[in-house]
Ligand binder design. Structure first.
Ligand code: HEM
Length: 535
């Protein structure tokens, strides 16, 4: 017992002595303080988790995803607009996908598009950044790809007033008239009964007009040194498709490096820059030698260089050489391919429907009467032609997913939360074909639907969005359709057209290809037959 007691005592003693040792190392207030702090932390943690479960974001419906790649596997092997359309049939008009590590909201109805492009435009008007557009636009000094900022506002203002404004429009119309004449001459010289590749014909026309208006260059007559501009542009457009590096920060960058993509991107951007720089130097030289030039002789590049070098130019007008070059890149990459694709789709739909072809040709020939040349005034009277071009853009918006938008901060779309830095893609292709808005014949090419319908793409309507909307809407929304109308009017005024090889009109294939811009998979080849006015 004693022993036991002693033992107890001893052990108590030992215990208390060990406590003493601990307390002799740490001050006596430490243990209660630590205890208090841990209780406080647990309290804070519980509060935070309760709070976060109370305000957990309500994210849009999201298809099941795989680790690391997210929803990428659901997009493989098909054009993105079709993959998104299929998923939207199951998950609805707003979905949240994870493409690699990038959250991406997909919009597939006009009601949701209106919320993005109008109601929440002030938040969803930025652009995501990626290596390709960064390099192509000299580190985002441009207007099309630069994130939303005061700089974007300045660049857009210059583009709209100097490239698309009324002064330039007069010059552009004159250039278009001349180049369409050259195009018609090349059609007339084509061996009879041989098909013409209309993709090539339209590409040559739009390129020539763009070059002349932007650089004052007679593109058709000046062979280039080094790689041809076609080659450069083709490669640029191909590289603008998303790459691994855009969606997988670490591994993607390694893959882009190993696959040679980065090397190719560097080379293509250098070629493009050298090309544009040579024109900048050439213009600088001419300005230096010739001094002031008549306004009518100034191309876009000339105007910008002159404005920037004027002593009294305001900060809004003054651009660096790099900013000027970035605008030229925007015009080449944004304006040529989209306009050509629209012309080709329009002619494809017209030739597929002999009814539309006949009605349209009667309108064009009646409005203009017999004359040497069509002009703008003739075309402005052609109401059915406008409906045909509108119907083409409804069914075949060349930029099927517009350009990607990105959220500047948190907002709500359709009652769902969209978090900051989320990419937003609007499926314009699906919106234009929605049977709930366009009726049972939504997939049919039927221009007459616009006879009693006020729907338009110039803002205010979201049933078709071929030019996007809101702050980032295409600045060429008025001028580009006019170019398409004038070209189609001329081809149908002077020529009747038939498909080679005895293919029935309605059997003409309409397969699509492309990611950023949707083209016909196979070129459109048609035989021109000079119209006989005496018949
Ligand atoms: C039929 C022809 C064209 C179509 C269908 C088209 C379509 C589009 C679309 C869908 C967008 C994105 C809008 C958005 O993100 O909401 C866009 C942007 C843009 N387009 Fe066009 N485009 C055409 C012709 C042109 C032309 C001829 C130019 C030449 C100047 C041009 C220059 C631009 C620019 C600079 C932007 C970026 C605007 C910004 O972010 O502020 N486009 N276009």
């Amino acid at each position: 017992m004693k022993v036991h007691k002693l033992g107890i005592r001893k052990s108590n003693h030992l215990k208390s002595s060990s406590h003493m040792e601990i307390f002799s190392i740490f001050p006596s207030w430490l243990l209660p303080t630590l205890l208090f702090l841990s209780m406080f932390c647990i309290f804070l943690y519980t509060l935070k988790s309760n709070k976060s479960s109370m305000v957990a974001p309500k994210l849009p419906p999201n298809p099941p995803k795989l680790p690391f790649i997210g929803n990428m596997h659901q997009l493989l092997g098909q054009p993105r607009h079709l993959a998104f359309w299929k998923l939207s049939q199951e998950y609805g008009p707003i979905m949240l996908l994870k493409i690699g590590s990038k959250p991406c909201v997909i919009i597939s109805s006009s009601a949701m598009a209106k919320q993005v492009l109008k109601d929440q435009d002030h938040i969803l008007c930025s652009r995501p950044i990626n290596k390709t557009t960064k390099q192509l636009t000299y580190n985002y000094v441009d207007t099309a790809f630069t994130p939303y900022s005061n700089h974007w506002r300045k660049m857009r203002k210059v583009l709209v007033s100097e490239f698309l404004g009324p002064n330039r429009a007069r010059l552009s119309n004159h250039v278009l008239l001349t180049e369409v004449e050259i195009m018609l001459r090349s059609v007339s010289l084509h061996p009879s009964n041989n098909a013409i590749n209309l993709n090539e014909l339209f590409f040559a026309l739009v390129k020539a007009v763009t070059f002349k208006v932007a650089l004052g260059l007679n593109y058709r007559e000046q062979p280039l040194k080094g790689p041809s501009f076609e080659m450069i542009l083709d490669e640029v457009l191909e590289l603008m498709n998303p790459s691994f590096g855009d969606f997988f920060p670490w591994l993607g960058k390694i893959i882009d490096q190993i696959s040679g993509r980065n090397h190719k991107l560097g080379k293509v951007c250098r070629n493009l820059d050298a090309y544009i720089q040579s024109h900048v130097d050439d213009h600088d030289h001419k300005i230096h030698i010739n001094g002031q030039v008549d306004d009518d002789d100034k191309d876009f590049l000339h105007t910008l260089l002159e404005l920037s070098s004027m002593d009294n130019a305001s900060d809004d007008d003054r651009l660096t050489k790099t900013e000027i070059k970035s605008l030229i890149v925007n015009i080449f990459t944004g304006g040529i391919d989209t306009t050509v694709a629209t012309m080709v789709w329009a002619m494809s739909e017209i030739i597929r429907s002999p009814r539309v072809m006949q009605k349209l040709q009667s309108e064009i020939r009646n409005c203009a009467g017999r004359k040497q040349k069509l002009d703008e005034m003739d075309v402005s009277k052609m109401t059915y032609l406008k409906m045909v071009v509108k119907e083409t853009l409804r069914l075949h918006p060349p930029a099927a997913l517009l350009l990607p938008h990105e959220s500047l901060s948190h907002c709500q779309i359709g009652g769902y939360d969209v978090l900051p830095d989320t990419m937003v893609l609007i499926n314009g292709w699906v919106i234009g074909r929605d049977p709930n808005k366009w009726g049972e014949n939504a997939a049919e090419f039927y221009p007459e639907r616009f006879e009693n319908l006020e729907v338009d793409f110039r803002g205010g309507n979201y049933e078709m969005v071929p030019f996007g909307g809101g702050r980032r809407t295409c600045p060429a929304v008025k001028t580009a359709p006019a170019t398409v109308e004038f070209t189609i009017a001329n081809l149908l005024y002077w020529y009747d057209w038939k498909i080679p090889g005895g293919v029935k009109n309605e059997d003409l294939d309409m397969l699509e290809e492309g990611s950023l811009v949707l083209h016909r998979k196979l070129p459109l080849c048609l035989i021109p037959i000079k119209h006989n006015w005496e018949e």
